[in-house]
Design a protein around this ligand. Structure first.
Ligand SMILES: C[S@@+](CC[C@H](N)C(=O)[O-])C[C@H]1O[C@@H](n2cnc3c(N)ncnc32)[C@H](O)[C@@H]1O
Length: 663
């Protein structure tokens, strides 16, 4: 594909050149052309005469040719920076060839996959193109320049006698030639490498609205070296180390700029508010799928940009320091700060301290750290606390607060003991050999402990409700994973307070669902079943390691159950189903499928591998790859026929299933 043709600026098509329209021009277009011509004339003169004196002082000669320049036929680089009349002469094959040696054909809009993949052109070439266009324009009009010059000369006869009756010297062809070449050299020495972003609709750059990005020190290094860029035109496969380094940052910044524009367009198109820290801004929790994809792209790109900009040391340093975020969030949770700050208005630090029995100084320190993360804001000269968009969201999200509490009080202590647990029980297949067990002095699985601790069990269940309320993790995606028409009964094993059961029953009006979980969750589950669904959704206390009591159901579903257990226990879970299974019954598992390393975006892979480490710290358990799932089913019983993994756009969890085929 001819990339250069692709990036030819589309506005060329709009140029009102004389002779367009097969020579038949309307009087309107003639008058437009004459205005344009006069404008071009004036612009050319102002540019050529005015800017040339500005740049004159900045012109510098190039360094001697490097080996690389010689290797690519650019050993005459000094020659490029000597006065060369050819560049200022009227258009001809020779002069045009000279210009085209400085930038690609088709208008100087250059795209190189190494430097600006697919979406951009360098302004440096654009500028050269502009200057060359001015040269062409000038020579088309040069007789009028002379006439203009003589007219001005006549008018100024009284005051500037040396110009009387003849063309002004600065309009003479010799001077213009010099001006053009002086500007050419100035532009090459002061190359502007800002990037012009491709307009997807036009399929090229427009030449307007140039992004003022990528002007950091690194880029300046390249910007002051026209020749390496020129090398790349001559030899597109050339690897230029400096340029490649720059390219990564540049590419990221450029992608961030264009994805941000796309993101804003999606928000506007769908009637969402533009993001802001203002507490009155509506929240954008449930974005349309195109918005979610862009959101992730941007998170991934900005995270990588941060890592590169910080450099390796600062990048790690800041990750370690981030542990204080949990101290801060724990205090926010524990002191219930979001709900103590009025939704409208503010509260003084003194009043807040009085309510929670902590020193005013302490509460101010906690709040002020939070403010650096956009949680809360200060008003009244720093004496009072008010909501930001984030703290207001926390005040309105009790389930999220439950999750924060669960993480800070259950998981965080476990995290500190995860590595000691690995050292203490290497290669163990027991869930109680975990960081969580070490930290909390347990001798059993977390869920067994919760049986006697209803408050903690309720907080776990609420944290699950919160998770299920996140669109990417929402239970309803299961409805889109299979054709449920022929399914009339589902058992949701370990179904907690019933999020999945309610989602399924809501979408599928003929389905009946049994939620099975520990008896301790019975009340919570029953309360969460809407009355309209009560005849089809029920709760049954059942230990999922015991034989399945609901026989001949069409589907047995496990959501976020297997990842809580080491393999040995997952085999037990599957074998406990066998006595209840009818031929053709389907076992569906909603869980992550760990991608191969590097197979998906860093964000998605990082998310799943983060869950994997969390399962290790909590339960000595894990997330699994596709072949792990297949092996589990086959090992549990050879009559399970693995039916593969399904995914649903917008869902983070995958849907893994097997069919029971006894013969
Ligand atoms: C991570 S939660 C998943 C809950 C739910 N499936 C969801 O996706 O929201 C694990 C669930 O397994 C339940 N569980 C743990 N051990 C169990 C057992 N032996 N029998 C039945 N349920 C159990 C817990 O009570 C908890 O509700």
């Amino acid at each position: 594909m001819n990339l250069l043709a692709w990036f030819t600026p589309k506005w060329h098509n709009y140029s009102p050149l004389p002779g367009d329209n097969n020579g038949k021009r309307s009087s309107a277009s003639i008058s437009a052309w004459s205005s344009f011509r006069s404008l071009l004339l004036k612009t050319a003169l102002v540019c050529l005469l005015g800017i040339s004196s500005f740049f004159a002082g900045r012109l510098s000669m190039s360094a001697p040719s490097t080996e690389r320049e010689k290797a690519f036929g650019l050993e005459t680089s000094n020659h490029l920076f000597e006065y060369n009349r050819t560049f200022g002469e009227p258009p001809s094959n020779t002069t045009n060839a000279a210009w085209e040696s400085l930038f690609p054909q088709h208008g100087g809009f250059f795209v190189h996959p190494e430097l600006a993949p697919k979406r951009s052109a360098f302004s440096v070439f654009h500028q050269m193109h502009c200057l060359d266009e001015l040269r062409h324009g000038f020579y088309v009009l040069h007789e009028q320049v002379i006439a203009y010059s003589e007219m001005i000369g006549d008018r100024e006869a009284g005051t500037r006698s040396h110009r009387t009756g003849r063309a002004l010297q600065e309009h003479s062809l010799g001077h213009i030639r010099h001006c053009i070449d002086l500007l050419r050299q100035s532009l090459m020495c002061n190359a502007d490498l800002t990037v012009e972003v491709k307009n997807e609709e036009l399929g090229g750059v427009t030449g307007f609205g140039t992004y003022g990005i990528n002007r950091g020190n690194t880029l300046r290094r390249v910007a002051s070296h026209y020749l390496p860029v020129l090398c790349m035109i001559k030899m597109p496969t050339l690897q230029v180390t400096d340029a490649a380094d720059v390219s990564k940052l540049e590419q990221l910044a450029q992608d961030i700029a264009s994805k941000t524009q796309e993101f804003i367009a999606v928000l506007r198109r769908n009637g969402y508010a533009l993001p802001s820290h203002d507490p009155d801004t509506a929240s954008n929790d449930s974005l349309p799928i195109e918005g979610t994809i862009l959101q992730r792209n941007l998170m991934e790109l900005t995270t990588e940009l941060q890592a590169l900009v910080q450099g390796p040391r600062l990048h790690v340093h800041n990750q370690v320091l981030a542990h204080v975020n949990l101290v801060n969030l724990h205090a926010i949770y524990s002191f219930k700060l979001p709900s103590r700050v009025p939704v409208e208005g503010s509260i003084s630090y003194a009043e807040l301290a009085g309510k929670i029995q902590v020193g005013e100084d302490v509460i101010r320190r906690i709040a002020r750290y939070a403010i650096t993360k956009h949680i809360f804001r200060e008003v009244d000269g720093g004496n009072r606390l008010a909501h930001s968009a984030t703290s207001k969201m926390l005040a309105e999200s009790p389930m999220m607060m439950e999750w924060i509490g669960m993480v800070c009080e259950e998981m965080w202590p476990a995290a500190t003991q995860a590595v000691p647990a690995l050292a203490k029980w290497p290669r163990s297949q027991e869930p109680q050999h975990s960081g969580y067990a070490l930290a909390h002095g347990l001798e059993t699985h977390v869920f067994n402990m919760l049986v006697d601790q209803p408050e903690r069990a309720a907080r776990f269940a609420n944290a699950m409700v919160y998770f299920n309320s996140i669109e990417d993790l929402a239970s309803h995606h299961l409805c889109d994973a299979y054709d449920w028409k022929s399914v009339s009964q589902v058992v949701d094993i370990g179904g907690s307070a019933g999020s999945t059961a309610v989602a399924l029953a809501t979408h599928l009006p003929r389905m009946s669902i049994v939620i099975q979980d520990q008896a301790v969750l019975e009340d919570q589950a029953r309360q969460s079943i809407p009355p309209a669904l009560a005849d089809r959704v029920s709760f049954m206390a059942h230990d999922f390691f015991q034989d399945q009591p609901v026989r001949d159901a069409d589907v047995y579903h496990f959501r976020w159950i297997f990842h809580d257990w080491p393999d040995r226990y997952c085999l037990k879970l599957l074998r406990a189903l066998v006595p209840a299974l009818k031929p053709g019954a389907r076992v569906v598992v909603s869980d992550f499928v760990v991608p191969e390393s590097g197979a998906t975006s860093w964000y998605t892979e990082g998310l799943i591998r983060g869950f994997d480490l969390a399962m290790m710290e909590l339960f000595n358990a894990r997330e699994r790859e596709e072949q792990d799932w297949q092996r589990l089913f086959t090992e549990a019983d050879s009559r399970f026929r693995f039916a593969g993994v399904r995914t649903v756009p917008g869902a983070d969890l995958a849907f893994i299933s097997a069919i029971w085929k006894p013969v």
